[in-house]
Design a protein around this ligand. Structure first.
Ligand code: SF4
Length: 394
C-alpha cells in the first residue's frame, strides 16, 4: 500500500517542523501538576529518552504557568502548554513555551482568543486549536443535539476560519473524540476543507492494551488516507507507552523508520527458547538504537529461518544451540545462553555500519509523497458519517 500524504501548511514548533511533508511527529503529555517541577522533568526526560518529539504540559492554574520557565529550561524537545477556560494562562505561557493549545469550546468570548493570538504572535509561536467532543460550543450542541463528527468538524472549521479572517494561520488543529468512528469522520471531514496541519488522536482511548488497539485502528485509518501531521496516543498508562505505541503505528505503516522493529513468533509446541522473555528484553536493551533494523526472535529452527526472512537479523532457538541468521541466511551457531548477547552485539554493530554509510540519520525517514490539498476531492454534500469509510482509497 502506498500512502500519499495530504499536503498541509507547515508550521514550526520550536525546533520541529509540523505539516508540509515533515515526518509525522510523536508527542505525549506529562501527568504531574507542573508545580512538581522535579516529577514533571523526570517524566519529560524519560519521554525524551523514548524518542518523544513534542511534550505537552497541562497548565490548570497560575502556579502551573509560573513553573513553566523552570521546566522549559531543563528539557530538550519543544514544549506545549495545554490551556482550558482561563486565557490569562495562555498569555503567561506564551512567553515561555513553543506552542499554546486552546480549546475554542471553553476559552470564552472572541476577544480572549484575540489576546491569545497577539501573545503567540508577539512570541513567534504557533497555536494549537483543539476541539473536543466533550466540550463543544453550546450553539453547536443545540444545532446537532449531541456531539457528532459534523459538529466537531464545524467547530474546528469555525475556529480556523475566524483566525484566518484576522490573518492568523500559524496553527495546527485537533478534533478529538473517544469514539473511533466519530474521530475518524471528524478528521476526514475537516481534512476535505482545510489545509491546516492536523494533530491526530483518539482521546481517552483507554488502558495500555485497549487504548493502543483503538488508537491503532483510528489513527491507522487516518494515516492510511494521508491525514495526520503529528499524533498522540492517549493511554491511561505511563506516557512512555504512548510514545512507543505512536512509533509502532507509524512504523507499521512505513511512515517512520525509527528504531528497532522486533518481530517474534507466537510460539508453539516446537519452541526451544523463551521467546516472550527474549523479545521483551530485546525491546528494552535495544531501545537506544535509532536505526531502522528489523530483528526477529523465533522459537525454533524448524520454520525459523524461513519465517524470519523479512528480518535484517534474528535468532532461532535450538536444543542447547541456537542460530543467528541475517536476511534469512544462517550466519552462525551459538550456545542458547549466549543468543541474546550475541544478537545485541550484532545489532549494535549493524547500526554503527549504517551510521558510517549514511550521514546524520538521513536514511532514517522515508521521503514523503504528498498530494496538494487543492487536488484532494471535495465532498459536497458531505456524506453522512457512516458513509465516509467506504470512500475509495487514494
Ligand atoms: S518459529 Fe518454531 S516455535 Fe515459533 S511458531 Fe514457528 S514453528 Fe513454532
Amino acid at each position: 500500500m502506498h500512502i500519499t500524504r495530504r499536503k498541509t501548511r507547515q508550521i514550526q514548533v520550536g525546533s520541529l517542523k509540523i505539516g508540509g511533508g515533515a515526518p509525522i511527529s510523536v508527542q505525549s503529555m506529562t501527568i504531574p501538576h507542573p508545580r512538581d517541577v522535579v516529577g514533571t522533568l523526570e517524566q519529560i526526560h524519560r519521554l525524551e529518552e523514548a524518542g518523544c518529539e513534542l511534550i505537552r504540559v497541562a497548565v490548570p492554574d497560575m502556579e502551573a504557568a509560573d513553573a513553566l520557565p523552570k521546566i522549559k529550561a531543563q528539557m530538550n524537545v519543544p514544549l506545549i502548554a495545554d490551556i482550558h477556560f482561563d486565557h490569562r494562562l495562555a498569555l503567561k505561557a506564551a512567553e515561555v513555551v513553543d506552542c499554546v493549545r486552546i480549546n475554542p469550546g471553553n476559552i470564552g468570548p472572541w476577544w480572549k482568543t484575540e489576546e491569545v493570538i497577539k501573545a503567540v504572535n508577539d512570541n513567534g509561536i504557533p497555536l494549537r486549536v483543539g476541539v473536543n467532543g466533550g466540550s463543544l460550543e453550546k450553539p453547536l450542541l443545540d444545532k446537532y443535539g449531541y456531539p457528532t463528527a459534523e459538529a466537531l468538524a464545524e467547530s474546528a472549521l469555525n475556529a480556523v476560519h475566524a483566525l484566518e479572517d484576522v490573518g492568523f494561520t500559524n496553527m495546527k488543529v485537533s478534533l478529538k473524540a473517544s469514539d473511533v468512528h466519530m474521530a475518524i469522520d471528524a478528521y476526514w471531514l475537516f481534512a476535505q476543507q482545510s489545509n491546516c496541519p492536523l494533530h491526530i488522536g483518539i482521546t481517552e482511548a483507554g488502558t495500555a492494551a485497549t487504548g493502543a488497539v483503538k488508537s491503532a485502528v483510528g489513527l491507522g485509518w487516518l494515516l492510511s488516507q494521508g491525514i495526520g501531521d503529528t499524533l498522540r496516543v492517549s493511554l491511561a498508562a505511563d506516557p512512555v507507552e504512548e510514545v512507543k505505541v505512536g512509533f509502532e503505528i507509524l512504523k507499521s505503516l512505513e511512515l517512520r523508520h525509527r528504531g528497532v522493529n522486533v518481530i517474534a513468533c507466537p510460539t508453539c509446541g516446537r519452541v526451544e527458547i523463551d521467546v516472550v522473555k527474549m523479545a521483551n528484553e530485546l525491546e528494552h536493551r535495544l531501545g537506544h538504537i535509532k536505526n531502522p533494523i528489523t530483528v526477529s526472535v523465533l522459537g525454533c529452527v524448524v520454520n525459523g529461518i524461513g519465517e524470519g526472512k523479512e528480518a535484517d537479523i534474528g535468532i532461532a532457538g535450538g536444543q542447547g544451540v541456537g542460530i543467528v541468521f541475517k536476511k534469512g541466511k544462517l550466519y552462525k551457531r551459538v550456545p542458547s545462553e549466549e543468543l541474546m548477547d550475541t544478537l545485541i552485539e550484532e545489532v549494535e554493530a549493524m547500526a554503527k555500519e549504517q551510521d558510517a554509510e549514511s550521514p546524520a540519520g538521513s536514511a532514517l525517514e522515508p521521503s514523503p509523497s504528498m498530494l496538494p490539498h487543492e487536488e484532494m476531492s471535495l465532498v459536497s454534500p458531505r456524506p453522512s458519517s457512516r458513509e465516509i469509510p467506504v470512500l475509495p482509497l487514494k
